[in-house]
Ligand binder design. Structure first.
Ligand code: EPZ
Length: 420
């Protein structure tokens, strides 16, 4: 199993380009099932999760060609309706084929996603939405078995105990676009990835209004056509490189980043004492003073993203003072705390709140990644720690970061990947 070795101390300098958004490509790929015609998706990152979604589409009988960030997908009259356990268990986001399969085939069998280290992740809102549209849904032998003759538009309140759900919103949109009549989703997720999905479907001839707001209206249409679409830049990848620049007291330009998708992250960096220069498609971060402690609470978009929580924890572990990080989306998402403490951080947990007492320095250590964003956070900590940090289980990183080692090295980091 590969490991990543980071030798800390270099302040990062230079430019890095952001890739396309993983969390946009996955639902957009599912949407290609809604038309038999060819769709072309551009700005696609080469990530393990993208390849898993491609495998699921191929398993359904869909033609997929992926080259140099460009996907050609033609579902034609594909025969399949099942997303198997061995693929779904590696990536929870596979669940978003449920809505498209129901809409296109009137039938879907998708493996239940199973456990996840970042927390219990129920799918009750997904099923609630699909049942409201008229689908019959049963859970049998570890599979969601859903079918319906014709989906019918209706009003659906999709709010959950932690607020809106991104993929439940995506699944209901995907099912509703070919339904009879109008669907109104209330308490819909407002994430930029939902806006991007709606934009893609509207290019196919869909009629979606209000994406990006808590109320989304979908007028069902009879059919959709093929189209071409470039997905949005990855705001979490961009945020991760902004923290890399700030934590190393460097000077980094993140090219292709959309500042309008990063409001809470940019605000956090500015309040912590970093300097940010914002241009149309570039964000520059510099820091030379001390890091000020912060209070951070993760919330649905446009609140502070839970997918940046771990990276900020690494950063704030070196702050001047005590930071409070409250995780309101995945209350147990703290697998990285023990590993950061192994590097000399001083973090204690109280329920879904982490108390981060800033320390003078971190020291390199052998650490283990537990999930995608935790692995990025450990690498960020390694960039500033004294000596060598060895991060294992980096396959987590491959799920969501394209060429992270090469990108960080291009900014002057002393980092390498070794295959063990
Ligand atoms: C998406 O997951 C992202 N994944 C996650 O990013 C991200 O952390 C999450 O949204 C929150 O922003 C993709 O887009 C592929 P949710 P999703 O449903 O849609 C609860 C990464 O690192 N909930 O918005 O699965 C749930 O337990 C990944 O790239 C229900 O209660 O998350 C959570 O507490 C990790 N019932 C909250 O809602 C449901 O039916 C938000 O989860 C669904 C969710």
């Amino acid at each position: 199993m590969d490991k990543i070795i980071v030798r800390g101390g270099n302040s990062l300098q230079g430019e890095v380009k952001v890739s396309g958004a993983k969390n946009s490509v996955l639902p957009v790929l599912s949407a290609t099932l809604l038309t038999p015609q060819k769709c072309i998706i551009e700005n696609v990152p080469d990530l393990r999760d993208v390849r898993t979604m491609i495998e699921i589409l191929r398993h359904l009988g869909v033609n997929v060609n992926f080259e140099n960030g460009r996907l050609e997908v033609e579902s034609g009259e594909f025969a399949g309706y099942q997303a198997p356990y061995d693929l779904v268990c590696t990536m929870r986001a596979s669940i978003c084929v449920l809505g498209s399969l129901l809409a296109r085939k009137g039938r879907a069998e998708v493996s239940l996603p199973g456990g996840c280290v970042i927390g219990t992740r129920p799918i009750d809102l997904h099923l609630k939405g699909l049942k409201a549209l008229g689908a019959e849904v049963n859970i049998e032998h570890g599979y969601i078995k859903a079918n319906c003759k014709k989906l019918r538009g209706t009003r659906i309140y999709l709010g959950g105990p932690f607020g809106s759900s991104v993929l439940a919103t995506a699944n209901v949109i995907l099912a509703a676009v070919l339904a009879e009549g109008e669907t109104v989703i209330e308490s819909a997720a407002c994430e930029p990835e939902i806006v991007d999905l709606a934009e893609f479907i509207n290019k196919m001839g869909g009629e979606i209004e209000g994406a990006g707001t808590p109320v989304v209206k979908i007028k069902g249409v009879n059919e959709l056509k093929g189209t071409t679409h470039a997905v949005i830049p990855d705001r979490i990848e961009a945020g991760t490189y902004l923290v890399a620049g700030a934590i190393t007291a460097g000077d980094v330009k993140v090219k292709g980043a959309r500042y309008d998708h990063l409001g809470a992250v940019i605000d956090g960096l500015i309040v912590s004492g970093a300097e940010l220069e914002i241009k149309e498609d570039e964000i520059r971060v510099r820091r030379d003073g001390k890091i000020s402690a912060l209070e951070v609470t993760t919330l649905p978009y446009p609140g502070f993203p839970t997918d940046m929580q771990a990276q900020f924890m690494s950063y704030l572990s070196l702050a001047d003072g005590i930071s409070i990080i409250t995780e309101k989306i995945f209350p147990e998402r703290f697998m990285h705390v023990g590993e950061l403490n192994r590097m000399g951080a001083d973090i204690t947990l109280e329920g879904s709140t982490a108390v981060v007492k800033g320390v003078e320095k971190l020291s390199g250590a052998e650490v283990m990644a537990s999930d995608l964003r935790a692995s990025a956070a450990l690498i960020l900590a390694g960039l500033v720690a004294e000596g060598e940090t060895v991060v294992s289980r980096v396959y987590h990183l491959d799920r969501g970061y394209q060429n992270m080692v090469e990108k960080l090295r291009s900014l002057g980091a002393d980092i390498q990947r070794i295959n063990n």
